[in-house]
Write a protein that binds this ligand. Structure first.
Ligand code: AMP
Ligand code: MG
Length: 352
């Protein structure tokens, strides 16, 4: 299959191209499109056969459910059994935006979408091209990130092409995704909302609107062997570049000292170390291939750069990636969750 890439500069001016993508979705195909978080691979959420194409193209395990994307809150009512007051309040506050709300699903949603769960995650993306596509498609669109399963999520159309060229008919190229990490997955089926995956809408922002909000313990640590994955995505390898990743916690000085020694050691063995750190810390690092996450005082910039850096290490062919820990505040919690998963929870704590 040939993958066409259509550039969208302005959703109004490029409406014909978006219509082509919408027509493909209406015809039961899966197409990649930009959202503010990462690029998505979308198909008609009401058609099991269309949804299967997403799993096939990505090589995604069948028990990892998809998030359904809508452009109008009215679409939500048909997809879920009931919308509790609090969920509606959160949607009103954060949609369109990077918040996926999990509620009990209605019978309209095929089990392929939810991987057999009785709940469904729904969100309204805040990207003008995505909203236009959803409106023209006229159906709810199931869309996970548009990467091969296990790889870092794509934040540009080029990343999607790297992973899915020849596997999908079309990619809409709307430039770089501005948030850079995926949506917050919030389970609203219980009394107190529970964050299953941290993302663009931070715990602090949610608490300001909803009061109490809990964070699932697996956000920071691996699942125990006998522990049930309430969000099936929790149990899979994620965001992983080709080289192993090690997360390093410490001060700027202890981090630089450690990576300088380690990178030099690898260099002597004829291997390449990749160093992933903030601009400030990188100034103190002298060896290895150094990629900047951005300004250490700007967590949004760091979130925006993270996945592109992990992919760049793949093309640079490094043997080991040493990543600096960032503060788990605000969107920093989502950044750390992605790095810790990319590292398979391999963490070195220099201060302990
Ligand atoms: P992706 O679309 O690739 O960003 O992945 C979607 C994430 O949302 C996965 O980690 C899923 O496990 C999670 N998710 C989607 N639907 C549900 C659901 N109904 N219950 C719990 N987690 C979900
Ligand atoms: Mg994903």
């Amino acid at each position: 299959m040939k993958t066409r890439v259509l550039t969208i500069t302005d959703p109004e001016e490029d409406i014909k191209k978006i219509q082509e993508a919408a027509d493909l979705i209406r015809a039961g195909e899966a197409v990649a499109f930009p959202t503010e978080t990462v690029y998505g691979l979308g198909a008609n959420a009401l058609e099991a056969e269309a949804v299967r194409k997403i799993f096939e193209a990505k090589g995604r395990p069948g028990d990892n459910p998809l998030i359904v994307h809508i452009y109008d809150v009215n679409q939500w009512k048909d997809l879920v059994e009931d919308i509790p007051k609090q969920a509606l309040l959160l949607a009103e506050a954060f949609w369109p935006g990077p918040l996926s709300i999990i509620l009990k699903k209605s019978s309209l949603i095929p089990e392929e979408v939810t991987a057999g769960l009785d709940t469904v995650g729904v969100r309204m993306p805040a990207h003008p091209a995505a909203l236009k596509l959803l409106a023209l498609a006229g159906v709810p669109v199931a869309a996970p990130s548009a990467n091969r399963s296990g790889k870092p999520s794509p934040t540009t159309a080029g990343h999607v092409l790297e992973d899915l060229n020849g596997r999908i008919p079309m990619i809409l190229d709307g430039g770089s995704s501005c948030v850079g990490v995926e949506s917050t997955v919030l389970d609203c089926t219980g009394e107190v909302p529970l964050i299953l995956r941290p993302g663009g809408v931070t715990p602090e922002m949610l608490r300001e609107k909803a009061g109490q909000v809990r964070i699932h313990s697996s956000v920071r640590r691996p699942l125990f062997e006998d522990e049930k994955a309430i969000s099936p995505g929790m149990k899979y390898v994620h965001y992983a570049p080709n080289a192993p990743v090690v997360l390093i916690r410490g001060s700027v000085y202890s981090f630089a000292d450690y990576v300088n020694r380690k990178a030099l050691e690898l260099e002597r063995e004829g291997k390449k170390a990749g160093i992933l750190a903030t601009e400030q810390s990188l100034r103190k690092c002298r060896y290895g291939i150094r990629l900047s996450l951005g300004d250490g005082n700007n967590p949004s910039e760091i979130a925006g750069n993270l996945f592109a850096c992990l992919r760049e290490f793949d093309s640079l062919g490094v043997d080991l990636i040493l990543a600096e820990a960032v503060e788990e505040k605000g969107i920093g919690l989502a950044v750390m969750n992605r790095i810790v998963k990319a590292a398979g929870f391999h963490v070195i704590d220099l201060e302990s």
